[in-house]
Design a protein around this ligand. Structure first.
Ligand code: BGC
Length: 567
């Protein structure tokens, strides 16, 4: 069993599967209708069985709960509805005993309007906290800053009667932005990070990182000062808590996202926002070329770093990184239902977006799990949970985890009408149709397919944990093919984006003399000299492994193949 110290060592995350948990929606351990930290602890066996090696907990700090905990009112305590510091300590200890790391959410851009810092600042111009926020007499500054919650807010400035000035907010008006030009703010945030790492957290997913600094005449995102702040924070945390993992949520274009690695000095992990919408578009078009292009522009990550890939998360599917035409196509394919579109994106879960088709959901997970970097799963996607478009904002993708077929989803001891949010009711996706208990007991279920994929990935960690990915030509427009390799073996990953069965060939390095072995997925494969002939059903995938001959002792190892994909 790994000790906490061992868990911190190394770039372990390239071999780990992460799992995102909105704590309030996962499991209610104390019967008040709200999921809590104790509930996560109780489900560690489940997570471990699934093969998860790290969990990312959505904010669990004291909060006004107008934005799922991203509106903090006290950074140094746990929200009483979610538990106590002792509960967190127990969760961290038990998670480590399961070989699972625990990441918190570092919400540094803003606080709740109810936070004592903001309350003091708004009431008194002479308060030491006044300069912790951004004020204006006109509300006209930083006019090039885009509005992120564009369906919900009309401006990034809101007039505050008590303060007699406007204050700046990048998100909801109930989330005033902090002023990072104020040294005390930077010092306080560093102190907060230290506090939680001191409680054993292994790192943070860092919320909304591009927006910390504002400069007139710019778009107020990804400014050099942002990189400087996080590089300084990283070096402090590395010295005091070696191996701390910081994951950047930087929802930016490729050229603006890559610098968040800071050439190995900033974020060890960066969320790959540009790739995600392209995965869905490629499915709709039955053509994966766009995926190859994005990977080509972003691989490999600098040494010691890795990309984080995801299919879904607790927000809407963000379409900020695609062109207007692509957005239109996306909405046409996936946004047909009324009330689906939010802030230009789509507030749906994975399963309903893919018409509840388990084979497609499994293929998308297989792709996620075969890319070089850290795959992030969203709770409930492993059982094909659905959503509720009748709930406001993004609440419809944060419904109670479906543990059993009971009406309240086995999420709590309370009846359905007393839960933090109502469970899914759609008969195709609700607890009766999709739940952990049933899927665990049925061989071949979506749960088992995903669990098996994770297990196979972990068993072939040398290939899948490496940074190397080399594109292959599958001689079929709908098939994405690439090699993941190590000196000792190569795995060929094939994904058919078409609904129809496809037959094709991939040429094989003649040095690979072993027979191909299908280690995951289905279809048929046959080696003919230096070609692999394959047939893949519609939206099916295959992972095919070849063993390299062991060179005689004393022979220098062959040079590794190209690490970036080619068109
Ligand atoms: C989080 C959102 C949140 C926003 C403001 C985002 O990036 O993922 O859920 O509403 O930051 O904190």
């Amino acid at each position: 069993m790994a000790s906490a110290e061992e868990l911190r060592q190394g770039a372990w995350f390239r071999n780990a599967v992460f799992y995102e948990i909105p704590v309030r929606s996962f499991y209610d351990s104390n019967g008040d209708g709200i999921g809590d930290l104790g509930g996560v602890t109780q489900k560690l066996d489940y997570l471990s069985e699934l093969g998860v090696r790290a969990i990312w907990l959505l904010p669990f700090y004291r909060s006004a709960w107008r934005d799922e905990g991203y509106d903090i009112t006290d950074h140094y305590s746990i929200d009483p509805t979610l538990g106590t510091l002792d509960d967190l300590d127990r969760l961290v200890t038990d998670a480590h005993a399961h070989g699972i790391r625990v990441l918190g959410d570092f919400v540094s851009n803003h606080v709740s309007i109810d936070h004592p810092w903001f309350q003091a600042a708004r009431k008194d111009r002479g308060s030491p906290h006044r300069n912790w926020f951004l004020w204006s007499d006109t509300g006209k500054e930083f006019s090039r800053t885009r509005i992120i919650f564009r369906d919900l807010e009309r401006s990034n400035w809101t007039w505050d009667e008590t303060a007699g000035q406007y204050y700046f907010h990048r998100f909801y008006a109930t989330q005033p932005d902090l002023n990072y030009d104020e040294p005390a703010v930077r010092a306080e945030m560093t102190k907060i990070a230290r506090f939680w790492l001191g409680h054993g957290l292994d790192g943070f997913r860092c919320d909304a990182v591009p927006y910390l600094f504002k400069r007139e005449g710019t778009r107020c995102q990804s400014l050099p000062e942002v990189h400087q702040f996080f590089q300084e924070l990283r070096s402090i945390l590395d010295a005091e808590f070696p191996g701390t993992v910081l994951v950047a949520e930087a929802n930016q274009s490729v050229p603006e996202t890559v610098p968040y690695f800071g050439n190995g000095r900033e974020f060890p992990i960066v969320m790959h926002f540009p790739l995600m919408p392209n995965l869905y578009l490629a499915l709709g078009e039955e053509d994966p070329r766009r995926i190859r292009h994005v990977l080509q522009a972003t691989l490999p990550a600098p040494h010691g770093c890795g990309w984080a890939y995801f299919l879904r998360n607790h927000d809407e599917v963000s379409l900020e990184q695609v062109s207007d035409d692509e957005r239109e196509m996306f909405l046409w394919i996936y946004g047909r239902y009324p009330r689906t579109v939010l802030n230009g994106g789509i507030r749906r879960r994975l399963a309903p977006m893919l018409d509840g088709n388990d084979a497609t959901i499994a293929m998308m997970h297989a792709l996620l799990l075969s890319l070089p970097g850290a795959p992030f799963l969203y709770y409930g996607d492993e059982i094909g949970m659905g959503d509720r478009l009748d709930l406001s904002d993004r609440d419809g993708v944060r419904t109670p985890m479906q543990w059993t077929s009971e009406e309240n989803a086995g999420f709590s001891a309370l009846p359905v009408d007393r839960l933090v949010r109502p469970p899914v009711t759609d008969p195709n996706y609700g607890p009766a149709a999709r739940n952990v208990a049933e899927e665990r007991s049925r061989l071949g279920s979506l749960y088992h397919q995903i669990q098996q994929l994770i297990a196979i990935r972990s068993a072939n960690v040398e290939e899948f944990g490496s940074e190397r990915l080399a594109a292959a030509d599958a001689h079929a427009t709908s098939v994405l093919a690439f090699w993941r390799d190590q000196p000792s073996a190569r795995v060929l990953c094939l994904f058919n984006f078409s609904r129809a069965t496809v037959t094709g060939t991939v040429s094989i390095d003649p040095e690979l003399r072993s027979a191909p072995v299908l280690i995951a997925g289905d279809g048929t494969i046959e080696r003919q000299e230096s070609n692999l002939m394959y047939t893949l059903g519609g939206r099916r995938y295959a992972w095919v492994r070849f063993v390299r001959p062991v060179p005689p002792l004393g022979t220098p190892a062959a040079a590794p193949p190209e690490s970036s994909p080619s068109r």
